[in-house]
Design a protein around this ligand. Structure first.
Ligand code: PLP
Length: 445
């Protein structure tokens, strides 16, 4: 066999070669069909092969693909930034474009620090985050992330940012039931601020619904309202990392709208260009930008490809497509239908401990015992086994585990493109059911 020169996620794994995609389906070169049940890495939200996007891409490329942002602005980038300011809640009226979710959170961190510096607070530069979280792979983003597996090798080089417990209700850090919940995990933020000193903290960052590290972990009502109150009381900016949840995925344009909370900064990626081009953004409020506008008038961040016209035109068409096809509403409705089906699977299979999420960002957590909620993870690599079984049947799902060793479970994310139909959901669920059935049978054998 010809050797490969490409560094892939697992070097000795034999990945099929993708050929093309259409709607919720991907095809490999051998003609096998796959349901993209996770939209890749929760990215391909409008589905594959959308010709309107291809047309927008071609049209922009035929005019100009790249013009350096220190030399020119472009109509595509200006229009996209205006569109985002119209879609975003509150006074999030500024956008800085980057190329990946990691860059978006890293830029959010830098803008938060710069905001305070411009106001004369030189030491206000720590970022508080949560232990069960993932904010990206670059060193700044990883410093804010609690994803143990991804941090492991680099811990000595990472910033020692303070972490608090996540609102992981299924494994409540305070052993509360929803009925007796006093939002102690949110109050931990206040304790952390009092310990470290608000004069040393620039911002708190959180994923509205926790994705890669735990699988669609959704906070209790009131959680984000409490977080926001604490941030305001102590003069700390609130960064919502909506890289996975943003642009309709959860049945709202921004997931934070579920709780009526407006962050100071929002990081976006993934669904923003639905995988048609690398594109991500940091949205910033007027209030946060004000001292920067009065001060150095420049954000100390950015990349060669930031705001390139080609990616901007593609992303703009993706947003317009989402609006034209009413896909935010679709995510809400199809999400309800899929959630109902996943609850049905949980009734059949006792290795499913929890079903959760919002819209079309749903998660299943597997347990070896429903009462003790003991996870399989360290012994059996259940997440990998279930993902592989589904793959063999032609269903792509997303493994989500790796937060705090020994505490978190084995979870997968089910997040198909927002264009999925009810019939396609039925097909997806049948394949998932067959995969879980096989696994449960093996485990109980
Ligand atoms: N933030 C969140 C919430 C994510 O889920 C991810 C990726 O999974 C990132 C940031 C990093 O994005 P990227 O992989 O595009 O760098």
């Amino acid at each position: 066999m010809k050797r490969s020169h490409l560094i892939k996620p697992i070097l000795d794994h034999n990945y099929p070669t993708v050929s093309h995609g259409s709607g919720i389906y991907l095809y490999d070169m051998d003609g096998n069909q796959y349901i993209d049940g996770s939209s890749g890495a929760v990215t391909a939200s409008i589905g594959h092969g959308v010709l309107e996007v291809v047309d927008a891409m071609t049209e922009q490329a035929s005019k100009v693909s790249f013009a350096y942002r220190s030399h020119f602005t472009s109509e595509a980038a200006e229009t996209l930034a205006q569109k985002l300011s119209e879609l975003a809640p509150g006074d999030l009226n500024w956008t800085f474009f980057v190329n990946s979710g990691s860059e978006a959170t890293e830029t959010a961190m830098k803008i938060a620090i710069q905001h305070w510096q411009e106001k004369g607070y030189e030491r206000k530069n720590r970022i508080v985050s949560r232990w069960t979280s993932y904010h990206g792979i670059t060193m700044g983003a990883l410093s804010m992330s609690g994803h143990v597996l991804r941090r492991k090798r680099f811990v000595p080089l990472l910033e020692d940012f303070p972490g608090i417990s996540a609102p992981y209700c299924y494994r409540c850090p305070y052993n509360s039931e929803p009925s007796s919940c006093r939002l102690q995990c949110a109050n931990e933020l206040e304790t952390a601020i009092q310990r470290i000193g608000s004069e040393n903290i620039a911002a708190f960052i959180a994923e509205p619904i926790i994705g890669a590290s735990a699988g669609a972990v959704t906070p209790p009502d009131g959680y984000y309202q409490r977080i926001k109150e604490i941030c305001e009381r102590y003069d700390i900016l609130f960064i919502a990392d909506e890289v996975m949840t943003g642009i309709g995925r959860t049945g709202k344009m921004f997931a934070m709208e579920h709780w009526g909370v407006t962050p100071d900064i929002i990081a976006l990626g993934k669904g923003m260009s639905a995988g048609y081009t690398p594109m991500a953004a940091t949205l910033v409020s007027d209030r946060v930008m004000e001292p920067i506008l009065k001060g150095s008038k420049s954000i100390m961040a950015g990349h060669t490809y930031s705001a390139n016209p080609l990616s901007a035109a593609v992303s703009l068409e993706v947003l317009n497509y989402i609006e034209r096809k009413n896909l935010v509403q679709e995510a809400e409705e199809k999400g309800q239908y899929l959630l109902q089906q996943l609850h049905g699977l949980a009734e059949r299979f006792d290795i499913i401990g929890d079903v959760r999420g919002k819209g079309l960002l749903l998660g299943l957590e597997f347990v070896s015992n429903r009462i003790s909620k003991k996870s399989f993870r360290l012994q059996n690599g259940i997440t990998t086994r279930i993902v592989n079984k589904a793959f063999e049947k032609g269903l792509l799902i997303y493994p989500a585990s790796g937060a705090i060793e020994g505490i978190e479970g084995d979870a997968v994310i089910i997040s198909p493109p927002l264009v999925i139909s009810n019939e396609e959901i039925d097909r997806l669920v049948k394949m998932l059911e067959a995969s879980i059935e096989e696994l449960q049978h093996e485990l109980h054998a």
